[in-house]
Design a binder for this molecule. Structure first.
Ligand SMILES: [Zn+2]
Length: 205
């Protein structure tokens, strides 16, 4: 956990030292110490997180955990195949991070009666470009992570988002508000966190 967080508080805007090891889901609930549920925090952030009325929620903490870079060990890049696996994962994440907001922007514009057709079309074109990158990234990821749970999970996440985009693209202007407002990032957040854990475990992090 200390190496994962670089011996600093895992909250990116804090990074204070010294650190303590905190349970993400409380010890009183899980009754075990597992890597995936532990995170390095400074005493101040730890206290703020443990306070049920405090400003740091469970979801935020899970995100901080997920954001810790899985590339930690210098040896990793020397291990055959591991570097490729990590690189395709990081590429996949980066592409998704651009794609979903682009699609959401397009969907939002397409749901507003007042939107200009040119604007909607521009946003669609931008989203399609990002979509193409994601398709490439998913294919690369799956070819490197062959026959693994990670491979299947990445596919499932992609298709979940792609189904929504199909619906947005196929629905006539203006599309229903509730379709535009679907929070796909939220819908795939558990699966994405799960994928992250599998990747970390597979890469022996
Ligand atoms: Zn802190």
């Amino acid at each position: 956990m200390l190496i994962e967080a670089g011996h600093r508080c895992a909250i990116p805007t804090c990074k204070a030292t010294p650190v303590e090891i905190a349970h993400i889901v409380p010890w009183s609930k899980v009754r075990k110490h597992e890597f995936k549920n532990l995170i390095a925090l400074c005493p101040t952030c730890h206290t703020r997180f443990d306070d049920p009325h405090g400003p740091i929620g469970l979801k935020a903490m899970r995100q901080y955990k997920a954001n810790l870079n899985p590339l930690l060990s210098g040896n990793l890049s020397n291990r055959e195949g591991q570097a490729d696996r990590l690189a395709t994962y990081q590429e996949l994440r980066a592409c998704f991070a651009e794609w979903i907001p682009a699609e959401a922007k397009h969907a939002a514009a397409k749901s507003r009666r007042a939107s200009q057709p040119d604007t909607v079309e521009d946003l669609r074109t931008q989203a399609v470009t990002k979509f193409a990158s994601v398709v490439g990234a998913v294919a690369d990821f799956q070819s490197v992570w062959k026959e693994s749970e990670a491979r299947d999970l990445a596919g499932a996440i992609f298709y979940h988002a792609a189904d929504w985009i199909d619906e947005v693209n196929e629905s006539r202007f203006p599309i229903p508000k509730q379709l535009a407002r679907r929070d796909i990032a939220e819908e795939i957040s558990d699966a994405s966190a799960q994928l992250h854990l599998i990747v970390c475990e597979e890469l022996s992090m």
